[in-house]
Design a protein around this ligand. Structure first.
Ligand code: DAH
Length: 325
């Protein structure tokens, strides 16, 4: 009986010292396995007097049950501890600063384009697009631009053939729109245009936005109102415009429009009242219909608004420049 007590004591100590479930399993096998120490005690029953056997047997069973109970308790404790360890290793520190990703933003010209689109859309205009590869009829003839006009010269434009070229302005979209719609018309048309030019203020490819408004009894007042609305929303409440007489083949009268911004008059666009010859070329009766048109350079607007001196900055893809806007 003393031996049983000793064995139990020893086993309890070993159970207590187990660090993990596999150590605990070894202890269980050592004492309670088929050839385990406690299991083997049963074999001693035969050596005992018959009246001692039940007492000894009961003591061994009691020892066995006690150890089993302790082992199970310890197993619970250890697996709980192991779970905690595992979860601690998986834990995320939500107070750490995140891994920041630069997601970029729209190019300055795209921003200006969207800004202008929003302004004109709010005045009831819709946005239309036209092809960058044009024919000379849409790009020039229909816009009352005669054969002798310098813009038609191969020196100034990019021709594929005698009759096909990269559009030199967005004005042909006026023609395309009027040919497939009836007035009233209120459209703007942003897009790329191409000319044989390259210096600090000219690029061979740049961006324009055309505007066309056609209805009955349209006057310069309507043109001026729309441009003032646009300019004060782009450049601020204090911005003013002035119209200077100018010439474009497709408008009569024609204007150059300056904006008062940063203590200076700066030219930002061309405009005018649609020339009757343009209406005739799309089959509109100029006695019934009247309209205004304008064309502005998006780079020019951005340069004036942000004081950008070199138009080539827009296409250099210098991140330091682009990040400023
Ligand atoms: N197409 C002209 C250019 O590229 C700009 C322009 C001027 C457009 C007057 C117009 C306009 O619609 O009415 O220089």
């Amino acid at each position: 009986m003393d031996e049983i007590t000793k064995i139990v004591q020893q086993a309890l100590e070993e159970i207590q010292n187990c660090e993990n479930s596999s150590e605990l399993n070894s202890v269980r096998v050592k004492y309670l396995g088929k050839k385990g120490i406690v299991t083997s005690l049963m074999k001693k029953l035969k050596e005992l007097a018959p009246e001692e056997r039940p007492i000894f047997g009961a003591a061994v069973n009691k020892a066995k049950n006690e150890l089993l109970k302790k082992i199970n308790e310890k197993l619970d404790e250890l697996s709980q501890r192991e779970k905690e360890k595992k979860y601690a290793a998986m834990a995320v520190d939500v107070t750490l600063p995140g891994a920041r990703k630069d997601i970029g933003h729209f190019h300055i010209l795209t921003q200006i384009q969207k800004e202008l689109e929003d302004i004109f859309i709010s005045m009831g205009f819709s946005v239309v697009e036209g092809p960058e590869v044009e024919d000379t009829w849409h790009n020039f003839d229909a816009l009352n631009t005669p054969e002798w006009h310098p813009a038609r010269d191969v020196q100034d434009s990019f021709y594929f053939t005698d009759k096909i070229l990269l559009r030199t302005h967005t004005s042909p979209v006026q023609i395309r729109t009027m040919l497939n719609t009836q007035p009233p018309i209120a459209i703007i048309s942003p897009g790329r245009v191409y000319r044989r030019d390259y210096d600090a203020t000219h690029l061979p490819m740049f961006t324009q936005m055309e505007g066309l408004f056609v209805d009955k009894n349209v006057t310069v007042k309507h043109l001026k109102y729309c441009l003032e609305e646009m300019v004060t929303r782009v450049f601020g409440k204090d911005a003013k415009i002035r119209l200077k007489p100018s010439f474009f083949p497709f408008t009569e009268p024609s204007f150059e429009v300056d904006v008062w911004f940063g203590n200076d008059w700066l030219e930002i666009l061309g405009a005018g009242m649609v020339d009757p010859n343009v209406f005739k070329s799309v089959g509109y009766d100029p006695e019934i219909w009247s309209g205004f048109a304008f064309g502005l350079g998006l780079e020019r607007i951005a340069m004036v608004k942000y004081g950008i001196k070199d138009i080539r900055d827009f296409i250099r893809n210098d991140v330091k420049f682009l990040e400023n806007y």
